[in-house]
Design a protein. Structure first.
Length: 408
């Protein structure tokens, strides 16, 4: 059986080979310097960003330092939590991580030692003591860095001096259980002009059935429906693919969706291409433009509300996290928002988390005031005939259970 310590020695052997190649320049003749000793923080071999899952506090992560080969004499390493490293990481990788507030974390022991004839150091514990005061939607990291090496020979390998512990919190959230009776339209007093955009929403399919009959669950539109984003499954196909229609542009997803799992759907328009991301991964991208230089979002349709289609095209699912951005998000930004996002994010025009857990008023988390009162909705019973639907509010059904969990 391979123990955890054995795995560390295996990684050290692999890392030795990599470092030998990297450190060719250590000899003037360009040959390998097999006697060179290098040090690295454990778990940074492939990526210095490492998940640190925290469900309860206090939670502890043990940091160790390894050598590419056994050392002859004791080598000590001074460690510190250095928030300035986060800014450097963001600048290099195009991320927007936040340094963990000092009152939330502590380093238990700031020195570790690799003993003589060993390759792995003693451990220092990084402890998250509180998550109080953390802003929901922001992603926090704890940067632990080697500040000093005490001993003979060797240096810390580039890229492995700092480990970035990415805080991963388990979030149990509310969502709405779709109901045909709630299908209707909320029309805002003012429009949001979008020359470029990102639309996002999370869904949990329960009623996909691979038929050739459409199952529409959302539309984001201009007030008169002249330009819309329509999302529906199984339109002219039987493979549980998502059809995306954005202002005359249309395509099918490559993903075949399944019941019983959460999906973040992100539709991005950058002025010349329309892209669909599923759970942060690019699914489809097509060339496309929106006539007139963009659209004016002013209307949200829950489900498919026209005529009898509210029941005929209905499919069971849960949904939450509806976001309207006035800019195209990057792939990195989309991945950072798989759970929730910071309501004060740049370009976030409206954000309905659907996390109220009761009632029928959905609040705009950005503070821009675009709340939705579902007792003030309307739908077309016949072509062009809009009728108020105050009773739609009675069909809003909140759910929160073990299905509604994610990590952030």
């Amino acid at each position: 059986m391979i123990t955890a310590m054995s795995k560390k020695y295996i990684w050290a052997a692999v890392w030795t080979l990599m470092c030998v190649i990297t450190l060719v320049s250590c000899r003037g003749d360009g040959g390998f310097d097999y006697d060179h000793v290098g040090y690295f923080i454990t778990d940074t071999e492939n990526d210095p960003l490492v998940l640190f899952t925290v469900e309860d506090t206090p939670s502890t992560y043990t940091v160790t330092v390894q050598s590419t080969q056994k050392v002859d004499d004791d080598v000590t390493f001074s460690l510190a939590i250095d928030p300035t490293q986060v800014d450097e990481y963001n600048a290099k990788h195009g991320t927007n991580y936040q340094a963990m507030p000092q009152h939330c974390v502590r380093l238990l022991g700031d020195r570790v030692t690799i003993g003589a004839q060993q390759a792995v150091s003693t451990g220092a514990e990084v402890q998250v003591v509180s998550t109080e005061g953390l802003t929901e939607g922001r992603i926090y990291v704890i940067p632990v860095t080697v500040t000093r090496v005490g001993g003979t020979g060797g240096e810390v390998l580039p890229g492995s001096r700092t480990i970035f512990l990415r805080l991963s919190r388990i979030i149990n959230f509310y969502a709405i259980q779709a109901n045909a009776g709630a299908s209707s339209n909320f029309i805002f007093d003012e429009a949001i002009h979008l020359s470029k955009l990102t639309y996002e929403m999370k869904i949990y399919p329960q009623g996909l059935n691979r038929t050739n009959y459409p199952q529409r669950f959302l539309a984001l539109e201009e007030a008169d429906e002249s330009k819309s984003l329509l999302l529906r499954f199984n339109e002219a196909n039987a493979e549980n693919r998502l059809q995306v229609l954005l202002a005359g542009n249309r395509f099918l997803s490559n993903t075949q969706f399944e019941n019983g799992q959460w999906y973040l759907l992100s539709i991005v328009y950058d002025g010349s291409t329309i892209s669909l991301y599923v759970n942060g991964e690019l699914d489809t991208s097509i060339a496309g433009t929106i006539d007139g230089g963009g659209l004016d979002f002013q209307r949200y349709e829950m489900g498919m509300s026209w005529g009898s289609y509210n029941t005929r095209q209905f499919f069971a699912h849960r949904f939450c996290e509806l976001r309207i951005w006035d800019r195209p998000l990057s792939a990195t930004e989309i991945k950072q928002g798989l759970g929730v996002v910071d309501p004060q994010s740049e370009g976030l025009c409206a954000y309905w988390k659907f996390d109220e857990g009761e009632g029928y008023i959905f609040h705009d988390a950005t503070g821009h005031g675009r709340d939705m009162d579902w007792s003030k909705t309307s739908r077309a019973i016949y072509e062009g005939d809009m009728i108020a639907t105050p009773n739609a509010a009675n069909y809003i059904h909140w759910v929160k259970d073990d299905i509604n969990k994610c990590t952030q």
